[in-house]
Design a protein around this ligand. Structure first.
Ligand code: ATP
Length: 470
């Protein structure tokens, strides 16, 4: 029996996508109509996993901290917000088309796939005639800017006056509420506002399952600091984000912190560190940490004519706070968490007397994040066991997300639960009727313990507490 790690296995994405669909984690959107590309629906287990991740983030980044508060701003905001923030002008990606096969590429991504010759002078503009389409070797167009914001219309008349945007990042809602939050909550700098919500980007190319989609969810903090203190806070958030990655189950060796060059940074950032993850399809961004200076508040002050200043209650110094922004994606968190959890055990695990020859999949989610926490498995469907099994199910369900499964052999049922990462399986057998005890099996150690039914919930609570990382 050996656990295979993900590094050597390029086929993991295919297996993961198939497991995600088969076991109710993630489905292609609008599948019955042929699907909408790069749009996904989270199924019954996916939504549990996603909610657990969001809850854990909210706890670690917001409610566990005295210097943080939360917000839930509207997705559709006044277009003036995006004009002031510079998104209408600058939130663009460079786009090139192939003249022959008509495929469309994001220019910077294309250059990663088809690097320029080492002799190319980096300071010179790229002559796109020298680069060929990686799909058909055709000639490419010149690069041009493409704004990634989705437009829609507010109200019944489709004219310019009613044109609005779906937010491309949740941050905008935080900046425009800065003074509301300071005034209503008496917050003192340094403090931050956290928000979880959907964002929309009309990405030129979408790729790799839920890695890059046009509708996605973000977990963002805008942390307001004195201009002299940003470096210290930047380092603090860097550490918090590293701890968060551990909570998701990400191994140190799969995470790379990359300092982003000025030319590659977002237009509002003076320093960015990307948290890159070694996905099976390559090392790419998982999260970003940016120093946004006083850019956003200053822009909103200019555009709205309202003061965005903060007055220090002790020194009476007046200033526009600077901002450190840890920006995380929910969907990339789910993806990284699933990739890390995916474990294949060649030859199976000796969970039962049945001989299992195929390899077995165990989703080793951190226990706190597992979508289903406990499975109740009566050994037999016989009526004599059912009432007691239901009694146990009702007791456990009041505290944990629990699944009841009485079909198929116990070995098969253990495998089903392992495949969705359920930390504890509780079996009720005929002895349970006499001794009022059940057998609890731990997903990772596979140890089995006989536990009194009246102590079961307490036992499970203590087990989860012992495993809890975040
Ligand atoms: P990329 O370089 O991959 O396009 P970005 O640098 O534009 O990402 P940010 O603007 O820093 O991304 O957004 C913050 C976070 O939001 C990202 O680190 C990522 O987790 C998530 N995110 C951004 N764009 C997408 C997307 N299209 N699909 C899924 N998640 C996304």
């Amino acid at each position: 029996m050996s656990d295979k790690s993900i590094e050597n296995r390029e086929d993991i994405m295919e297996k993961l996508v198939s497991l995600a669909k088969r076991r109710g984690f993630i489905f292609q959107s609008s599948e019955i109509y042929g699907g909408l590309s790069a749009a996904y629906d989270y199924g019954p287990l996916g939504v549990e996993l996603k909610n657990n991740i969001k809850k854990a983030w909210w706890k670690m980044f917001v409610t566990d901290r005295q210097d943080m508060v939360g917000l839930d701003a509207a997705i559709i905001m006044s277009p003036k917000v995006w004009e002031a923030s510079g998104h209408i002008k600058n939130f663009t990606d460079p786009l090139v088309d192939c003249k022959k096969c008509k495929r469309r590429f994001r220019a910077d991504h294309l250059l990663e796939a088809v690097p320029l010759s080492p002799q190319h002078d980096k300071e010179k503009p790229i002559d796109w005639k020298e680069v060929k389409c990686p799909e058909c070797d055709g000639e490419l167009t010149e690069s041009r800017s493409f704004n990634m914001m989705f437009k829609t219309f507010m109200g019944p008349v489709e004219d310019d006056a009613s044109e609005v945007y779906l937010r491309p990042e949740t941050a905008g809602g935080i900046f425009v509420n800065f003074t509301n939050v300071v005034d209503s909550m008496r917050m003192r700098v340094p403090f931050g506002i956290g928000q979880i919500g959907k964002s929309f980007r009309n990405e030129i190319t979408t790729e790799n399952f839920i890695f890059r989609t046009r509708e996605f969810e973000q977990l963002e903090v805008e942390y307001f600091v004195h201009p002299d203190d940003w470096k210290k806070h930047f380092e603090d958030w860097l550490e918090t984000m590293k701890t968060w990655c551990k909570c998701l189950g990400i191994k140190d060796e799969n995470l790379v912190l990359a300092e982003i060059d000025e030319k590659d940074r977002a237009f509002y950032s003076k320093r960015t560190v990307d948290f890159e993850y070694k996905y099976p399809f390559g090392q790419k961004e998982l999260y970003g940490l940016a120093y946004r200076t006083d850019y956003d508040l200053t822009q909103h002050q200019k555009a709205s004519g309202l003061k965005m200043e903060y007055t220090d209650p002790v020194t009476k110094e007046k200033y526009i706070p600077h901002v450190v922004e840890p920006s995380l994606g929910v969907d990339r968190s789910v993806l990284a968490c699933m990739i890390e959890a995916y474990t294949e055990v060649a030859g199976g695990r000796s969970t039962t007397t049945e001989s299992i020859k195929d390899s077995e999949v165990v989703m080793k989610f951190p226990y706190a994040l597992a979508p289903i926490k406990v499975a109740i498995l009566p050994l037999s469907k016989k009526e004599t066991l059912t009432p007691l099994a239901h009694e146990v199910y009702d007791a456990v369900r009041s505290k944990f997300v629990t699944m009841y499964d009485q079909t198929a052999s116990i070995g098969k049922r253990y495998r089903r639960q392992d495949e969705i990462g359920t930390p504890f399986c509780v079996t009720i057998d005929f002895d349970s009727l006499e001794d009022k005890k059940v057998t609890v099996r731990d997903r990772d150690t596979m140890e089995q313990e006989r536990v009194a039914i009246e102590k079961l919930v307490e036992y499970l609570v203590s087990k989860f507490a012992a495993y809890e990382k975040c």
